[in-house]
Unconditional design. Structure first.
Length: 304
C-alpha cells in the first residue's frame, strides 16, 4: 500500500512539475509577444466598413454636388456624436464652392503641439482610367471613402485626453479632380495649408487604404522619420499590409504641408486596379485592410 501511495505521489508530483513548467513557458512567450493596450476601445473593422458603405449611399461625392453637401453634413454629425467639435472651412475654386471639414476634441488647446490626421472626401468626376465608361463618375469606395471611414472610426475610439499631444482631423474637398477641366490636385489641402494658424508637428494623410490586397509602401515624398515610426508600429503588431520599402512618388494631400517643411506622410496603396474607374466599389475593399491601417494609427498615436 505504501508503494502505491508513494508511486501515486511521485506521479502527481511529476504532473504538477510538468504543469508548472508549461505555465512558466506560457508566461515567457506571452511576455515576449508585443501586447496591445486594452485601456481604450479598439478600432472596429466592421464599423469602418459600414462607414464606407454609408458614404457610397450618397452617390458620387463630386465637388459642388448635393451628394457632397449631404456627405459633409453626415461627417460633421458623426464627429459631433463622437464628442468632437467640427466646422466647415469653405472657399471657392474655379467657380465651385468647396468646403474642408476641420475637427478637434472638446478639450483641445490652441497652443499645444498637435498631429493632423487627414483624408479627402470628394470623388473624381470622371472615371478617366476606365476602358469602357471614362465619362462616368468614380464611386470612390477606396479612393475617398476608405480614408474617411478610418478617420471617423478613429474619432470614435480615440481618447484624446490620454495622448501626450493634441490631435486634429481634416477631411479635404477638391483633392481628386486633377487634370480635369483645368483643376489641380489637392485643392482643399492646399487651401488649409495656406491658412494654418499654427503648424502641426506632423501630418498623416490616409488615402486608398481599403484594397483587399493591401500593399502600403513608404511614399518617396513623405518624411522618412515619421514614416519609420508608423511602419515600425505596423511591424511590431504584425500588420503585413505595411511594407517598409520606398517605391512610389505620389502627388497627394501631404505635399502642401511638405512644402511648408512640416513632417508629413502619405499612407496610401496606389497599386489598386480599380483606381479612377467605375469599378471602385465597396466589393473591392476589405474590412481587414481598414483595420490594419486604423489600428496601426491608433497604436502609433497612443504610443507616440
Amino acid at each position: 500500500m505504501m508503494d502505491y501511495i508513494y508511486s501515486s505521489y511521485m506521479k502527481n508530483h511529476k504532473a504538477t512539475r510538468i504543469l508548472a513548467f508549461l505555465v512558466v513557458l506560457a508566461v515567457f512567450f506571452t511576455a515576449c509577444k508585443p501586447q496591445e493596450s486594452k485601456d481604450s476601445e479598439e478600432f472596429d473593422p466592421e464599423q469602418a466598413y459600414q462607414l464606407v458603405e454609408r458614404q457610397l449611399a450618397f452617390g458620387p461625392r463630386i465637388p459642388g454636388s448635393n451628394a457632397i453637401r449631404e456627405t459633409r453634413a453626415w461627417i460633421e454629425g458623426e464627429l459631433i456624436d463622437y464628442g468632437w467639435k467640427a466646422e466647415s472651412q469653405c472657399f471657392e475654386h474655379e467657380g465651385i464652392p468647396l468646403c474642408n471639414i476641420l475637427a478637434w476634441p472638446s478639450e483641445h488647446s490652441a497652443s499645444k503641439p498637435y498631429v493632423l490626421l487627414s483624408a479627402h472626401y470628394d470623388t473624381r468626376r470622371f472615371a478617366d482610367s476606365d476602358p469602357i465608361s471614362p465619362g462616368d463618375p468614380v464611386p470612390g469606395a477606396n479612393d475617398g471613402a476608405s480614408g474617411v471611414a478610418v478617420l471617423l472610426e478613429l474619432a470614435r475610439v480615440l481618447e484624446p485626453g490620454k495622448l501626450s499631444f493634441d490631435i486634429e482631423l481634416a477631411f479635404f474637398d477638391g483633392e481628386d479632380q486633377g487634370r480635369l477641366d483645368g483643376w489641380d490636385w489637392s485643392v482643399g489641402a492646399s487651401y488649409m495649408a495656406a491658412n494654418l494658424k499654427h503648424n502641426p508637428d506632423a501630418v498623416v494623410v490616409v488615402d486608398m487604404v481599403g484594397d483587399r490586397d493591401l500593399q502600403i509602401y513608404i511614399e518617396n515624398n513623405s518624411d522618412r522619420k515619421l514614416a519609420e515610426e508608423i511602419w515600425s508600429i505596423a511591424a511590431k503588431y504584425g500588420f503585413s499590409g505595411f511594407i517598409p520599402e520606398s517605391k512610389h512618388s505620389i502627388i497627394d494631400d501631404h505635399l502642401p504641408f511638405v512644402q511648408l517643411s512640416i513632417p508629413a506622410v502619405d499612407v496610401i496603396d496606389i497599386e489598386y486596379a480599380a483606381w479612377h474607374t467605375t469599378a471602385d466599389t465597396v466589393d473591392q475593399i476589405s474590412a481587414e485592410s481598414l483595420y490594419q491601417v486604423g489600428r496601426t494609427l491608433q497604436l502609433w498615436l497612443e504610443e507616440r
